[in-house]
Design a protein around this ligand. Structure first.
Ligand code: FES
Ligand SMILES: [Fe+2]
Length: 348
């Protein structure tokens, strides 16, 4: 059920230091660390000797040392030292993963290492562009990553799950438009609310209580990323046509990294193009967003629990699910391709 040959967000860049950092990604146990020059290493998290996880050991210079008998591996997974053993062959004993650092996150490539290409890392330029402010955090959620995608591609739930913060009645009333691009493997759900009162968060940042046009545009891309373009502009100033000069924009960044079939590392944050030097605002947004997503966490974990109790029960889809259904269709098409046995070229 995990998509291969994709970059997955492992952690925030500051979370990985010169000590072992263990994380299971798409069912694969991986240990991460930094070398003294700050470059990153990702290895299969198991000592080839007696299978203690390498993450139980320590990092020494460029190498990782097993915490049981001291077997020492370099960044390629080759053994460079084993106590009492002189005739070491430099062969790779554990798998090394392609790893990269970009847009405030560390990324690991799951799949065929030869296919890893850093140009395929999702474009999250808002997260590292000085014209934007960005921060966020990570939640570990006990649910299938696809439930998070459903959740983020359907913001109707805001009215019911988040009534005291970002929910407002207009969200349920405004029509949504869904588009799936099977070729580019993306899906989009757009919702525009015209001439409405700005909710408190947006009215403060717009510095106006005048009527506004509000938008929520959810963009899904593989393997499990949802960027939500959100904002408000003074009503009738052209935002729907592309002129946001009388408005403020935020990009809600959601990177779902599957851990197991029923658990996910959910990296979330918000980039914004207003008051970018106000660090207090950055902190307040992060705290508020954290509280909102904690409300989702409760729903998602209970939903997953019920799904495990009722394995034969299918999910019913309604109009609001169009975005999630489109995203799942794209994921399913990729999974089917992955599972197809390779055909042998008889002419060869
Ligand atoms: S288990 Fe790692 S060196 Fe023995
Ligand atoms: Fe939510």
């Amino acid at each position: 059920m995990f998509l291969q040959n994709h970059w997955y967000a492992v952690a925030w860049d500051h979370e990985i230091a010169q000590k072992p950092f263990a994380r299971t990604i798409c069912g694969e146990d991986i240990v991460f660390y930094r070398k003294p020059d700050r470059s990153l290493v990702a290895l299969e998290d198991v000592c080839p000797h007696r299978l203690l996880p390498l993450s139980e050991g320590r990092v020494e210079g460029e190498h990782i040392v097993c915490g049981y008998h001291g077997l020492t591996l370099d960044c390629t997974g080759s053994c460079v030292r084993m106590p009492q053993q002189d005739n070491l062959t430099q062969k790779k004993l554990v798998k090394a993963y392609p790893i990269a650092e970009r847009h405030r996150f560390v990324w690991v490539w799951i799949g065929d290492a030869k296919a890893a290409d850093e140009d395929l890392i999702p474009d999250l330029h808002w997260c590292s562009d000085p014209k934007w402010a960005f921060d966020g955090s990570t939640y570990h959620i006990n649910c299938d990553y696809r439930l998070l995608i459903d959740n983020l591609m359907d913001l109707t739930h805001e009215t019911y799950v988040h009534p005291t913060s970002i929910g407002q009645e207009e969200i349920t009333e405004a029509p949504i438009e869904t588009a799936a691009d099977m070729e580019n493997k993306t899906a989009t759900v757009s919702r525009w609310m015209y001439n409405i009162d700005p909710p408190p968060f947006w009215s403060t940042n717009l510095k106006s209580t005048e009527k506004c046009d509000r938008w929520q545009i959810c963009n899904f891309s593989l393997p499990a990323n949802v960027m939500i373009d959100v904002g408000v502009a003074l009503a009738g100033t052209g935002a729907p046509e592309g002129d946001r000069s009388h408005g403020v924009t935020g990009i809600v960044v959601d990177l779902m990294t599957p851990e197991t079939e029923t658990s996910t590392w959910y990296h979330w944050g918000m980039a914004r193009d207003f008051e970018i030097h106000d660090q207090g605002l950055t902190l307040r947004i992060r705290n508020a967003q954290g509280a909102v997503f904690a409300e989702d966490e409760v729903v998602l974990e209970k939903q997953q629990q019920k799904m495990l109790e009722l394995p034969d029960r299918r999910l019913a889809n309604f109009a609001i699910d169009a975005g999630g259904v489109a995203a799942r269709r794209i994921i399913d098409a990729e999974l089917a391709k992955q599972q197809k046995p390779k055909t042998v070229d008889k002419a060869a």
